[in-house]
Structure formats: structure tokens, C-alpha cells
Design a protein around this ligand. Structure first.
Ligand code: PLP
Length: 354
């Protein structure tokens, strides 16, 4: 009988595909964009149809060049992946093994932990502080000689809280340079203020920092699977030989390049998110729910003051991420959906409470 690798044994039972069940529930659990790519971006995809029989250019140079212009960094600071998921997996494969320890904050994106486990690493989890914030001092204190990687997410998923840039910069300077600091910035473009400059400074100043971003969220392109890493060229070059070539697809690269140039859509996304986030927040607060201020495209909501059965009742009508997965059983994480979906959720909560 065949056996899977020792490091994987016991992590998961064999898994069958789930049965496909049509759901009437509002799908607000995956932090996707409620807005479609613009006609400009769709046209950029269509333009690629005549080349579909060809492999894409191996290094996604057009996208790395466009990112370089956006970040004011040379194209060799970037590695393109099949979604940032692929890069997360690649980083664990390249840097971790059975002798490694990694540190994650409580509630971190589950794949940070999973990929670490798949590589055989030990995962040390550090609790969030009382303000749902990632505790950098406690993370630093958890570093041991075996620590090979720290997985951060900024803004944090699931709470939507954001680290203070000066504190993060100082933290990166204090962590031993042999530890890889991965900062998953999947939701950074939704945050207030300049969303490039502080990140660029982290890349420029530290040779052990790897930032991850994605076109799946802010840029509305979850289907075409494009994410990227930004880091110093020497670090990118260490990872590059272990990538599947080519790991991206031509439609995704064209769409991502067009999205970066599509200022109008970016502004529209920011306006839409700001308006819907504030509408949902206010409505929930009026209903007595606690909403953690979010710098992302989702809300972390507490039902502490209501009976715990309310979360289960809500789950009958809305698909969200239950807080029990993150260590917060009275909370839930809700993606900000279309204006219509958001109003339906408010109505559902209202009816359940009254
Ligand atoms: C924190 C975080 N990182 C990475 C991803 C994966 O994104 P991608 O679509 O680029 O693979 C997600 C998706 O939800 C996420 O929440």
C-alpha cells in the first residue's frame, strides 16, 4: 500500500470531493470583489485569445515591468505566482523543513499554517492582543534558534486591523536576519493612506522580508489566479529555481497589467468599499453588534451581547467565516458584498434579533 510523506501523515484524513449542492445562502465568505473587471480589463483578456495555443512568456516580464513602475523598483524585485497561494506554498517548500519552527499570530490565514505543516515545521501560535491586533512584541519574544519564518498578514485577516508602519519597520529590523519575514498584504490596497511607500521601504531596507500581494481582491481578478511576491532581487533569485515554469497564465498576466493601468476602476473600488463598509458598520452597530474597524474588504463582527445561537441562525442564510475557526466563537467574518447583498444581510440580522 502506498503511503504519503511522513511529515504529512496524521495532518489530514483522505478527502473526497464535496457533493455539489446548490445554495440559496448569500456567499460572503471568500473576500472576493463584488465588482466585475472593467470593460478595459476584459478587452485586454480577449486580446490574448489569438495566442491561447502558446505558453506564456516564462518570466511574466510585462507584469513585472508594470509592477516595477508602480512600486518604483526594478522588475527583478518581483516573482509572479498562480495566485499568492502558490507563492505561499513555494516559500514553505524553499525555506522550511522538519527542523524548522515558524511563528504565526492567532487566527492567521489557515494556509500559512498548513503549508508550514506540509513542510514538517513546528508552528508556534501567538495570541492577538485585546484590540484584535497582531502582537509584534510577543512574536519577537517567541523567536528561538530554530525559527526560520514569521508569517504576518497586514491588514490582518480575519480582523481587518492594520499594523502601524513604524512599528512593523522597527520589528523587521529587530528580527534576526536569518529569519524570513513573510508579510501577506493580500488586502493592503484597501487600506487608508499610501499603500505602496511603507511596503517599498520594507523591501528596500531588509534582505529577509518578502511581501505578498494579489490581483484577486482589490483588482477583481480572483478567477485568473495572479499574485506576486516583492523582495530584494537576491532573495527572489533564491526562490526562482523552485517555481513551476511557467506558473502563471497569459490571460491573467494581460488582465493584471491592464488592471494596474486602470486608475478609474481602482478609484471606483475605493469609493464603493468606503461607502458600503460604513453603511454596514453603522447598521450593525445600531443593532447592537460590535464591528472591529477594518482596513480590508471584510468586517469582523462580534455578537458577544447576543445569544450564541444567533451565529448558527445567521449561517442558515449567509455564508461567512465563523469566528470559532480563529479562536473567537462569538464573532464572524463577513465579506463586503454587492450593495444589494449587504442590504440583505442587514435585513436578515435585523429579523433574527427582533
Ligand atoms: C491573507 C490571504 N492571503 C492569500 C490569499 C490567497 O489569495 P490568491 O487568490 O492570490 O491566491 C488569501 C485569499 O483569501 C488571503 O486571505
Amino acid at each position: 500500500m502506498v503511503e504519503i510523506r511522513k511529515a504529512l501523515q496524521g495532518l489530514h484524513q483522505p478527502q473526497a470531493y464535496p457533493e455539489k449542492i446548490a445554495s440559496e445562502r448569500l456567499p460572503l465568505d471568500r473576500n472576493e470583489s463584488p465588482l466585475l473587471p472593467s470593460a478595459f480589463v476584459q478587452e485586454a483578456i480577449i486580446q490574448e485569445f489569438s495566442q491561447l495555443s502558446r505558453y506564456p512568456e516564462n518570466s511574466a516580464f510585462a507584469l513585472r515591468q508594470a509592477l516595477g513602475e508602480r512600486w518604483q523598483l526594478a522588475p527583478d524585485h518581483f516573482l509572479i505566482g498562480n495566485g499568492s497561494f502558490e507563492i505561499l506554498s513555494l516559500l514553505a517548500q524553499v525555506f522550511l523543513d522538519q527542523t524548522s519552527q515558524v511563528i504565526v499570530p492567532q487566527g492567521t490565514f489557515v494556509w500559512h499554517k498548513k503549508f508550514s505543516h506540509f513542510s514538517g515545521a513546528q508552528v508556534e501560535t501567538v495570541p492577538l492582543d485585546p484590540h484584535y491586533q497582531v502582537p509584534l512584541a510577543a512574536i519577537k519574544a517567541a523567536i528561538i534558534p530554530e525559527t526560520k519564518m514569521i508569517w504576518l498578514t497586514d491588514p490582518f485577516n480575519p480582523t481587518g486591523t492594520k499594523l502601524r508602519p513604524e512599528e512593523l519597520h522597527q520589528f523587521c529590523g529587530e528580527v534576526p536576519s536569518s529569519v524570513v519575514i513573510v508579510i501577506d498584504e493580500a488586502y493592503m490596497e484597501f487600506a487608508d493612506g499610501d499603500t505602496i511607500e511603507n511596503s517599498r521601504k520594507l523591501v528596500a531596507d531588509f534582505d529577509n522580508v518578502i511581501l505578498l500581494r494579489t490581483f484577486s481582491k482589490f483588482y477583481r481578478l480572483a478567477s485568473v489566479r495572479i499574485g506576486y511576491a516583492a523582495a530584494q532581487p537576491a532573495l527572489i533569485q533564491m526562490i526562482l529555481p523552485y517555481r513551476i515554469p511557467p506558473n502563471h497564465n497569459r490571460l491573467g498576466v494581460a488582465a493584471a497589467v491592464a488592471s494596474l493601468a486602470d486608475d478609474e476602476s481602482q478609484q471606483e473600488t475605493l469609493r464603493f468599499m468606503k461607502a458600503e463598509k460604513s453603511h454596514l458598520t453603522q447598521a450593525f452597530m445600531e443593532l447592537g453588534l460590535k464591528v472591529i474597524p477594518s482596513q480590508a474588504n471584510f468586517l469582523f463582527v462580534s455578537l458577544e451581547k447576543h445569544p450564541s445561537s444567533l451565529i448558527d441562525q445567521l449561517a442558515e442564510q449567509v455564508i461567512f467565516k465563523p469566528g470559532k475557526y480563529f479562536g473567537y466563537p462569538s464573532h464572524f467574518r463577513l465579506t463586503i458584498g454587492t450593495a444589494n447583498q449587504n442590504r440583505q444581510v442587514i435585513e436578515i440580522v435585523k429579523q433574527l434579533i427582533n
